[in-house]
Design a protein around this ligand. Structure first.
Ligand code: S3P
Length: 429
């Protein structure tokens, strides 16, 4: 297992970053949704990281061909999705596994989805149960809750599903199933979760609309969809590590170029702003998603904050936000965030375990935590195999130095993270 030693930032920094990794959520969807067309999809800036390359590899195992040309890929779908001759490995990606479950549940054939030891311990019944209730045949350990999952694709019934959780993965799995159901389906969530699936499928010609009362109406498709033609924007969840860096290293500034400015994805930046950081958003284009630059500048010591709403809009950024909270004046609280326990690691426990090692005072709750801001101490942090935990504590190292153990997981989402960090400080691996 590889380690990294991060040295404290020697000076203020002022950088423009046009190489934040491409958006993970959108890249997964590009790989999968291209299978719903009968023409080649053209994608530039597809995320070349382990999670999304696994999704792309699964698309090829289902019969697609992929051609790469510089920063662009062309995915040519098969005439008909083919039954793969081997198991489909999603690696570490919950998005890969949950969305493929929804997509494959209606496809004629047998499919086995598996993943690494972390993914094989994450709950799948949130998608498996609603899919089974509409006729899908899916099984796995614990009655279908744990991968490997076996899917026997078949006919699905139209549904009306009021989701108990605000999850884009559950929503997307059900929307994908609804595209091949035997009538018009309806799906409701209480807080709009990231809506890339709706935006992209609508762009491909699917009839998906959201009513005033929050119900999403999904019409089955009678013919293949139009192909995707998309430039994937940069990932605001990846950019956020460096946003926190600029907000905590005195007199620093960063310009994050070509980020998706989708409101369901930039809530953590709004929280950082409410803690005192100076943040500007410059909209540039709007194709599938609003896209633009985010400029974050240090603006004095951050102040503690209470985070209890719109949790689905900042769930992935909470580990990095916790570092900002630990450096802020006063007490910060996170609540209604029990979902953090079902991510790549139990992120409440892995973040607090790291903060404890850095000497930070905290209280743990089932659905969140309270952090008392202080001066962090250098320590050796276990990433628990979780990319976002590893990167969050690497950013904390800019203030006090930090050793991060088990950094390989960073390759699942942000392979050039240390290259960018290396522009700010010395990193030894
Ligand atoms: C994702 C949705 C979120 C997020 C994950 C990616 C997606 O999960 O945490 O990193 O691409 O749909 P949930 O929707 O399950 O909360």
């Amino acid at each position: 297992m590889k380690k990294a030693l991060i040295h404290p930032a020697p000076y203020r920094f002022d950088i423009t970053c046009d190489d934040i990794s491409a958006d993970k959520s959108i890249s997964h969807r590009c790989a999968m949704f291209s299978l719903l067309s009968d023409k080649p999809s053209h994608i530039t800036n597809f995320l070349q990281a382990e999670d999304t390359l696994n999704s792309l590899n699964i698309a090829t195992m289902l019969g697609a061909t992929v051609e790469t040309n510089a920063n662009a890929i062309t995915i040519t779908p098969p005439k008909k999705i083919t039954e793969p001759s081997d198991i489909l490995d999603c690696g570490n990606a919950g998005t890969g596994m949950r969305l493929y479950c929804g997509l494959l549940a209606s496809i004629d054939g047998a499919f086995i989805l598996t993943g690494d030891k972390y993914l094989r311990s994450r709950p799948m019944k949130r998608v498996v149960e609603p899919l089974k209730s509409i006729g899908a045949v899916i099984d796995g350990r614990e009655n279908g809750n744990l991968a490997p999952l076996f899917i026997r694709g078949g006919n699905l019934k139209a549904f009306k599903y009021d989701s108990p959780i605000d999850s884009a993965q559950v929503k997307s799995a059900l929307i994908l199933a609804g595209l091949h159901a035997n009538g018009i389906s309806h799906y409701k969530e209480h807080l709009l979760s990231r809506d890339h699936t709706e935006r992209m499928l609508r762009g491909m010609g699917a009839k998906i609309s959201t009513n005033n009362d929050g119900w999403i109406e999904i019409h089955p498709i009678s013919k293949p969809l139009e192909p995707l033609n998309i430039a994937v924007p940069s990932d605001p969840s990846s950019g956020f590590f460096f946003a926190v860096a600029a907000a905590i290293v005195p007199d620093s500034r960063i310009k994050l170029v070509n980020m998706t400015l989708n409101p369901t994805r930039i809530e953590a930046y709004k929280i950082l702003e409410s803690m005192g950081a100076d943040i500007k958003y410059e909209l540039k284009t709007d194709v599938y998603e609003p896209i633009g630059d985010i400029i974050v500048s240090y603006n004095g010591k951050l102040k503690g904050v209470d985070v209890s709403q719109n949790i689905a809009w900042l769930i992935d950024e909470l580990p990095a936000l916790s570092i900002a909270m630990a450096c802020a004046e006063g007490i910060s609280r996170v609540s209604n965030a029990k979902e953090l326990r079902a991510k790549e690691s139990d992120r409440i426990s892995s973040v607090l375990s790291g903060l404890e090692k850095c000497g930070v005072v905290y209280k743990e709750f089932e659905d969140g935590y309270e952090i008392t801001g202080s001066k962090l101490a250098k320590s050796t942090i276990d990433s628990f195999g979780d990319h976002r935990v590893a990167m969050s504590f690497a950013i904390a190292g800019l203030l006090c130095g930090m050793e991060i153990e088990d950094i390989d997981c960073i390759n699942t989402s942000f392979p050039n993270f240390f290259e960018i960090l290396g522009k700010i400080t010395k990193v030894e691996k």
